[in-house]
Design a protein around this ligand. Structure first.
Ligand SMILES: [Zn+2]
Length: 186
């Protein structure tokens, strides 16, 4: 172990890395060392490597050296929120003759050909919030996957599996946020 540490130090000096990057590599080396120190059974070793990967991700994110997209949360102000399900009452002719899955549950395809999912799917005015937009309501992230004739401007229709749940949601007014990518985080 002592020899290994000395070797590591030497490598550092040679590389002359910028401080923050050196710290990351330092952490990684330490993590690697502790993994090497105690040989683990194969399955546990796999778990350890996952932990190391997680550690790398966290470290790079916090030092902003990463090239992974950085996101920010932006308020859009107050929206009128309504709710719908896949039934003909909510969707008119689109709600008729839905195909069924293996459990006999209707499969509801959205306007962008996603399969509607409670807790994920919302319908918007896609000129305002295009398909794929991540919208945060009450701290929960939904994805724009649908649209509707009466959903225009600052209105959002939230998908529920059951008509009853949609009725219970009723009409609400809430501040909504979008999560968007930061193009330049310098
Ligand atoms: Zn319905």
């Amino acid at each position: 172990m002592m020899n290994y540490s000395r070797n590591t130090k030497k490598r550092f000096n040679k590389l002359l890395l910028p401080g923050s990057l050196a710290v990351i590599i330092g952490i990684l080396v330490i993590v690697s060392c502790s993994a090497i120190d105690e040989p683990l059974p194969e399955t546990v070793a796999e778990g350890a490597s996952v932990e190391i990967t997680e550690h790398i991700k966290q470290t790079t994110a916090s030092t902003a050296i990463s090239t992974e997209p950085v996101t920010e949360i932006v308020s859009l102000g107050e929206y009128k929120l309504t709710a719908y399900c896949g039934c003909p009452k909510c969707c008119g002719k689109w709600g008729e003759n839905r195909p069924f899955d293996e459990n006999g549950k209707p499969i509801v395809y959205t306007a962008n050909q996603s399969i509607a999912e409670e807790g994920v799917t919302i319908a918007t005015d896609i000129n305002v919030l295009p398909y794929g937009t991540a919208v945060i309501i009450d701290g929960h992230k939904y994805i724009v996957q649908d649209r509707g004739g009466s959903i225009a401007g600052n209105k959002i229709d939230i998908y529920f599996e059951s008509h009853q749940a949609a009725l219970e949601f009723g009409v609400q007014h809430k501040e909504v946020f979008i999560e968007r990518e930061v193009k330049n985080n310098d």
